[in-house]
Design a protein around this ligand. Structure first.
Ligand SMILES: Nc1ncnc2c1ncn2[C@@H]1O[C@H](COP(=O)(O)OP(=O)(O)OP(=O)(O)O)[C@@H](O)[C@H]1O
Ligand SMILES: [Mg+2]
Length: 509
């Protein structure tokens, strides 16, 4: 049994852990839950040897142990897939997994063939389709995440720590991960599983430990908790009834001209003949399995990627933006779930990160004073309940979900005409996610048009007025009204278009 007792950890003035505890048995999958900034990743890092607690004990099978480094952790049979991946982007897949673990023959000489076989088997087990010699940075974010998990599993740990690995994964990849987790469970591996996707917890976890503000507030068998209970322990409040779903589906578009009218768009090689419309004040969802052309589509709208055929009419004129900067000047905003790559400046302060959007828009620049900036940043922090130490701290000091909220706050504050969101609530806890949904709905009611691509079905269904489902670079269905159900969405994601074709209520020509 692995156990953490009365763990305290301070980062200067920020108390990350305040007497937290956690335990897990062999063959048990334990969900570690809590709001953004509650201390989950810090607990994981204590076990992984990346964070030295100020106080507390770690016990394995009842014996106290010391974990001061990654090596200590591995030597004790612990392997970790981190929230912010630990792979080296400029190294190959093979080297990332085998470095330091290269199999040797009986003479102690590196056995390349055995290494190759090991990699092949591992990639096959995780259904990862990539060249072992490819540089990790060339792989998609979700493939990188699968590799991060595969690498941890390849160490044959007794305790496997998984910190929000599914945030970047899609439906089909999550299924693969869960089946591997179930196999490991049969083999007696203990697992600690951190996620904000509540349906997963009920699907795959046996037990849970729930944290709030650095403390363990409750623990027990998964079957003893309802979703409401979990939210209650995470936040200290019972969820308001009818809160989870923003009002939607009330939109009538027939008599208006669209803000965005995309016709027969082709983006080589992923997207072909794609048409989509969005009206002012509407929230459009984009659904689909991974890699069906969603990101290419959004990037083309933004001018981050050229398109070869078709037209984009936006705000009354035909556009083909040459760069995102042009699109932003034209009144578009873009929020990416890939905050590290595309959206955040980790070393700049929290305040600078919030203000970056205003600066990018340019025309507001003249009115900025240190005082108004400060007030602006403070408002954003409050409105989105971003848990911070001080505005002057670097953005990298925030927990994963709070970093994401920072990016969301920045763009919404700019009040774009068309806001494009690519998996914006990735890693954001269930309560804050509802808050962000509410804010988006408010923005839409005030006239903003929102296009949101999400890998999570619940999110799409709860927030969108209409959902375009992408399949192999085309729209396989447009769901609205009573067609907007989980079943229809899943069917359309699989390419089964059924009766809900893209022409409906005159919305689509
Ligand atoms: N290196 C650091 N420097 C300063 N503060 C830190 C550091 N690491 C974590 N913190 C703070 O400790 C608290 C707990 O962070 P942690 O990353 O453990 O949260 P979390 O529960 O994993 O949240 P999330 O769900 O958003 O990932 C947060 O307030 C965070 O800002
Ligand atoms: Mg975390």
């Amino acid at each position: 049994m692995f156990e953490l007792r009365a763990i305290e950890k301070r980062f200067d003035a920020v108390v990350a852990l305040n007497g937290a505890h956690l335990h897990v048995e062999p063959g048990e999958i334990r969900a570690l839950l809590g709001s953004n900034g509650s201390g989950k990743s810090t607990m994981i890092k204590v076990l992984a040897g990346l964070v030295n607690p100020n106080k507390g004990e770690i016990l394995i099978d009842g014996e106290p142990v010391e974990i001061h480094s990654g090596q200590d952790s591995r030597r004790l049979g612990i392997a970790t897939a981190f929230q912010d991946l630990s792979l080296v982007p400029t190294m190959s897949v093979r080297d990332n997994i085998l470095l330091g673990n290269e199999p040797c023959n009986k003479f102690g000489i590196v056995d390349r063939k055995a290494g190759d076989d090991l990699i092949d088997a591992l990639l096959a087990r995780f259904h990862i389709d990539c060249d072992p010699n490819a540089y990790v940075q060339t792989l998609t974010p979700s493939t990188q995440t699968m590799l991060e998990v595969a690498k941890a599993v390849s160490l044959k740990p007794r305790l496997l720590l998984l910190d929000e690995v599914t945030a970047a994964l899609h439906y089909d990849e999550i299924e693969v991960l869960f089946s591997v987790m179930r196999e490991l469970k049969e083999e007696g591996v203990a697992m600690i599983y951190v996620t904000h996707r509540m349906n997963e917890v009920f699907q795959v976890c046996d037990t849970t430990t729930i944290m709030r503000s650095g403390e363990t507030v409750t623990e027990g068998k998964m079957s003893d908790f309802t979703l409401d209970d979990i939210v209650y322990y995470m936040t200290g409040q019972r969820p308001e009834k009818g809160d989870g779903t923003a009002a939607h589906g009330h939109f009538h578009a027939e008599d208006k001209t669209p803000l965005l009218d995309v016709k027969n768009l082709s983006i080589f090689p992923r997207v072909r003949d794609l048409s989509l419309r969005a009206y002012q004040g509407e929230i459009i969802g984009i659904g689909g399995l991974q890699g069906q052309g969603q990101s290419e589509f959004i990037r083309a709208l933004l001018g981050a990627e050229p398109f070869q055929e078709g037209t984009i009419e936006y705000d009354g004129r035909s556009v083909a933006f040459k760069s995102p900067a042009q699109a932003v000047k034209g009144g578009m905003g873009f929020i990416s779930g890939e905050r590290n790559r595309e959206a955040m400046f980790p070393l700049r302060t929290i305040e600078e990160n919030i203000l970056a959007g205003k600066v990018a828009k340019g025309n507001l620049f003249a009115y900025m004073t240190p005082k108004s900036n400060h007030a602006f940043a403070n408002d954003a922090v409050e409105k989105y309940s971003i848990k911070i130490g001080e505005l002057g701290h670097p953005a990298s000091s925030l927990s994963g979900g709070n970093q994401q909220k920072l990016v969301v706050a920045r763009w919404i504050a700019m009040q774009p005409k068309l806001l494009l969101l690519d998996d914006p609530t990735k890693g954001v806890d269930i309560h804050s996610r509802q808050e962000i949904h509410k804010i988006l709905r408010q923005c839409a009611d005030e006239g903003m048009t929102v296009i949101i691509s999400s890998s999570e079905s619940e999110e799409l269904l709860s927030i969108s007025d209409r959902i375009y489902v992408f399949y192999e670079g085309c729209v396989s269905a447009m769901l609205s009204g009573d067609k907007k159900t989980p079943e229809m969405l899943v069917a359309a994601m699989m390419g089964m278009t059924g009766g809900s074709q893209t022409s409906e209520e005159g919305v689509q020509s």
